[in-house]
Design a protein around this ligand. Structure first.
Ligand SMILES: [Zn+2]
Ligand SMILES: [Zn+2]
Ligand SMILES: [Zn+2]
Length: 220
């Protein structure tokens, strides 16, 4: 069976609970026997992944049980959609998922859509919950498509911090960071027109779908 070399891991950091963490995982890195540790920009290290023979070992901190949950999967299971979900059996919640880009995107869209479902209840936390929810879905699409990366590290890994009126994108490797405002309908309109975002030390560079020739550097 042909094993695809790359997966995507996505989770909400169980420590700060404010950041969505996205990591492109190379099968070849794991083949070298390395344990992949996922760090959050908040300083926590909530997730570990290790390959041994035909099995994938993972552990993820659970914020409800306040302990690590451990998982073992057969490698072949990761090829097929839907993605593998790492959950908490006690609380029936999803902690993380791993799989191909497309299925991880769908899983994270569901997570973002929860903000839309609970928009009324979330008015104390967000200036416009529905705008934040839609902005998250846009960013989720860009990240899982590999269209959001750090220019300095050249990697597609990204932390997305959810604030009351904006999202902060941060490269977990070098700390390059930029804000994406999400409090007006026009913010979502513009986000939908983005084809590529690259983080630089001085800000971010955005390429829009309708403008083919030129990049714009934007310090939002
Ligand atoms: Zn965190
Ligand atoms: Zn748990
Ligand atoms: Zn970087």
């Amino acid at each position: 069976m042909l094993i695809k070399p790359e997966w995507f891991v996505a989770l909400r950091c169980p420590y700060c609970q404010e950041r969505m963490l996205y990591r492109a995982v190379s099968r070849f890195e794991l083949d070298k026997g390395k344990t992949l540790a996922i760090h959050c920009s908040c300083g926590a290290e909530p997730f570990h992944l290790r390959l041994k023979g035909q099995h994938l070992y993972a552990d993820c901190f659970c914020p409800c049980c306040e302990e690590e949950h451990n998982y073992i999967f057969r490698l072949q299971g990761i090829q097929a959609a839907p993605p593998i979900m790492f959950g908490c059996e006690t609380m029936d919640i999803r902690l993380a998922c791993i799989g191909e880009r497309e299925v991880v995107r769908e899983a994270m869209d569901e997570e973002s859509a929860l903000i839309l479902d609970y928009a009324e209840e979330l008015r104390d936390y967000f200036v416009k919950p529905t705008i934040i929810g839609r902005a998250l879905i846009c960013i989720n699409k860009l990240i899982t498509a590999g269209s959001c990366l750090c220019a300095d590290c050249g990697r597609e890994d990204m932390d997305v911090l959810i604030l009351s009126d904006r999202l902060a994108l941060t490269c977990p490797h070098c700390g390059n960071s930029a804000y994406i405002y999400a409090s007006r309908s026009s913010d979502v309109y513009l986000l939908n027109r983005i084809s590529r975002i690259s983080l630089h030390e001085e800000g971010m560079r955005i390429k829009y779908l309708s403008i083919k020739k030129e990049d714009f550097t934007c310090h939002w």
